[in-house]
Design a protein around this ligand. Structure first.
Ligand code: GLA
Length: 348
């Protein structure tokens, strides 16, 4: 029996540490957040989706047979979901679809992955697909929507975090094997907050793709299958700025495991220091910071944060900070806490 109505939710994500490592087969420590995107689909028969993007006040029709040109914005995510699900053999059904979000777009909380994940869960469920399916496979499919249809050459960090989040835990993800390990976040009065730097960017048009291409070039020059195999001495053999890019990736991977170890011994002061070191590396070695991001980080530190760093693809977006007990919540800060991953909320 195929359902008449489904509601799916895909959360956004925060990333405690491990930035620009996912597409280099490295390590990250993200968590799903409570905010996300909800997709409601009601069967209509026929061979198209009539989609309303509530937050944009827009509506558009999409043929299930796919095709058509790049349209920009949320529409490409819908085209991509139709294209990729069809290519994966899912027999999509005509439906009226509503998209509503509680995660701001373009600020580094991964509204994109939240949308891809919620759309795919809803459309698959409408087609009668059995849940939960293989999350790594679904994460790859969602990532193809972003890479092939939207034009951002992002990795799997956001999709895996959105799909696999566990309340109260961060996820140590090894992007070489896609093995995930829940790491309890026992905050004991400490708080994690994110602050918008006020500078919003579309990942596709930012330097993100350029950074990805640089690390790919470094990998080829070193003759390695992935930068996961690189050694510090390899970085020194590379020309500027590739040497610094590779150093960031190697040191950031090490910081992820240092953060896991610190969390296991409840040493949140050490986690704060690692956030600061990650930020310095993203600023000086990976060069993805901006003046607005720097001001936001400084402001959080001045307000008593034990550590603060830019989060996500960079070139603007959000800063994440760790506040010790008693520290005031900085102006404009949103508390983020690890929540469960994507789910079907309704199916009937
Ligand atoms: C964005 C991408 C992710 C990841 C981060 C940087 O969020 O979507 O795949 O590369 O940037 O860590």
């Amino acid at each position: 029996m195929t359902p008449r109505r489904v509601v799916a939710f895909g959360p956004g994500r925060a990333n405690l540490i491990g930035e620009h490592t996912d597409y280099n087969e490295g390590l990250s420590l993200p968590f799903a957040i409570r905010q996300g995107v909800r997709v409601t689909a009601e069967a209509t028969g026929g061979d198209e989706l009539l989609v309303t993007a509530v937050d944009h006040g827009e509506r558009a029709r999409f043929r299930l047979s796919g095709g058509g040109e790049r349209l920009g914005g949320w529409r490409d995510f819908v085209r991509g979901a139709i294209g990729e699900l069809s290519a994966a053999g899912v027999e999509l059904r005509g439906a009226e679809v509503t998209i509503e979000g509680t995660v701001p777009e373009g600020v580094g909380l991964s509204s994109s992955a939240a949308l891809e994940v919620a759309l795919c869960l809803a459309l698959r469920a409408m087609a009668g697909a059995r849940e939960p399916g293989d999350p790594a496979k679904l994460a790859r499919l969602c990532s193809r929507i972003e890479n092939e249809w939207v034009g951002t050459h992002s990795g799997l960090l956001d999709q895996l975090a959105s799909l696999l989040g566990i309340e109260g835990h961060a996820l140590r993800i090894d992007f070489r094997t896609l093995e995930t390990r829940p790491v309890p976040l026992r905050l004991d009065g400490w708080r994690m907050v994110t602050v918008d730097s006020g500078e919003h960017r579309s990942l596709a048009s930012s330097g993100y793709n350029e950074r990805r291409a640089e690390t790919e070039r470094a990998r080829r020059m070193l003759g390695l299958d992935s930068l996961r195999e690189a050694l510090p001495a390899d970085a020194e053999r590379l020309p500027e700025p590739l040497d610094r890019r590779v150093r960031h990736v190697l040191e950031e991977n090490a910081r992820v495991d240092a953060a896991v170890a610190a969390l296991e011994t409840d040493d949140l002061t050490a986690v704060g220091e690692l956030l600061d070191a990650s930020h310095a590396s993203l600023r000086d070695l990976y060069e993805t910071s901006t003046p607005a991001v720097e001001r936001t980080v400084e402001r959080l530190r001045a307000a008593g944060a034990a550590g603060a760093r830019m989060m996500g693809g960079g070139f603007g977006g959000q800063v994440i900070a760790l506040l010790p007990p008693g520290a005031p919540t900085a102006h404009g800060a949103t508390e983020v806490a690890p929540a469960d991953g994507a789910q079907l909320l309704e199916q009937r």
